[in-house]
Design a protein around this ligand. Structure first.
Ligand code: PEP
Ligand code: MN
Length: 336
């Protein structure tokens, strides 16, 4: 339900109205600034009879809006959400570049990569400690030890760390992780999403392998409905009939999501394409269509990477790509 207020409604009247509405077990959200005339109400509002609302003299109109997702919906939260990750703002004017290896393999490999991506201008470090692999015989990640290595890399470089959780039972291991990633395969693991919703920590939620945008937004809603509003969405390519690339990068998803939601949007051109030479052009395209952040795989020795070497940039290639990323960001009125 959206309540549009008349011009000249005072703060006291608005507070009185909100106070009165909370009796109906609705979570009210008064959006300040340009939208100060709108109150979005989330929850079971069918019981609210606006005719009996106190201070109804300040109410212009009441629109009943039926939307499947509410917390993630721009209609109820017109202003962009900006998430602070150790001082880096995700969702605002600055473009964030999350770079690092697919998997944390060794301390040396991770720290060398972290130093290299930092020097090239990356603003956060990624690295998988728990790896969702297609084959049970492939490298499954270092687990807890991998997270410890990422923390060392953070201490060395100051870069916030982003790493994937696969199982709700591991949640305590992520206490000191800056951003918890939910991978494409767990995008609809609702038990996991609800548990992450009870944390006070940014969650980078990837689109499912064949997930629609509506499903992605509903997954974000699972996290947010538990109280955690720090959700970052990630377009990482979807499965289609095309096999030339690992997935098909859905760039239109970025501006469309930005219309539908106030949450920050990331694009991962590495998993979207599976091909290192396509990362740069797709990253530039992602900036052009308005992505708030990029997630890019970088490995000190891609040929010998334990996972996803074919889609990993060398530090030198990443550095060149960062030059183009900066130029494109500037062209689009943003900065890294
Ligand atoms: C990853 O980022 O390491 C990963 C496995 O990506 P996705 O879940 O998008 O396949
Ligand atoms: Mn990978």
């Amino acid at each position: 339900m959206v309540i549009v207020l008349k011009d000249g409604a005072s703060k006291t009247q608005i507070d009185e109205l909100i106070g009165w509405l909370t009796r109906f077990d609705v979570k009210s959200n008064l959006v300040e600034g340009v939208h100060s005339k709108i109150i979005g109400l989330i929850g079971d509002t069918t019981s609210v009879d606006i005719e009996s609302v106190q201070a109804k003299e300040i109410v212009e109109t009441v629109k009943r809006v039926q939307e499947p997702y509410k917390n993630a919906n721009r209609r109820f939260h017109p202003l962009d959400t900006v998430i602070d990750v150790r001082g880096r703002k995700l969702g605002g004017d600055r473009l964030q570049v999350i770079a690092g290896p697919c998997s944390v393999e060794t301390e040396e490999q991770t720290i060398k990569t972290a130093i290299a991506v930092k020097e090239a201008g990356a603003t956060m470090l990624r690295g998988g400690a728990f790896k969702p692999r297609t084959s049970p015989y492939a490298f499954q990640g270092l687990g807890k030890e991998g997270i410890e290595i990422l923390k060392k890399a953070r201490a060395e470089t100051g870069l916030p760390i982003v790493t994937e959780i696969m199982d709700v039972s591991d949640i305590d291991l992520f206490d000191d992780v800056d951003v918890i990633q939910v991978g494409a395969r767990n995008s609809q693991n609702f038990t996991l999403l609800k548990a992450l919703g009870r944390l006070k920590k940014p969650i980078l939620l990837k689109r499912g392998l064949s997930g629609t945008l509506q499903e992605l937004l509903m997954s974000a809603e699972y996290i947010m409905s538990e109280g955690n509003d720090q959700v970052i969405l990630c377009e990482r390519g979807i499965r289609t009939f095309e096999t030339a690339t690992r997935n098909v990068l859905d760039l239109a998803a970025v501006p469309l999501l930005k219309q539908k939601t106030h949450l920050p949007i990331t694009v991962d051109p590495s998993h979207a394409t599976g091909i290192a030479s396509l990362i740069e052009p797709c990253a530039l395209g992602a900036i052009a269509v308005g992505a708030h952040a990029l997630e890019i795989e970088v490995h000190i020795d891609p040929e010998h990477a334990w996972s996803d070497g074919a889609q990993s940039l060398t530090p030198a290639a990443f550095s060149k790509t960062m030059d183009k990323i900066r130029a494109m960001a500037e062209f689009c009125g943003r900065s890294v």
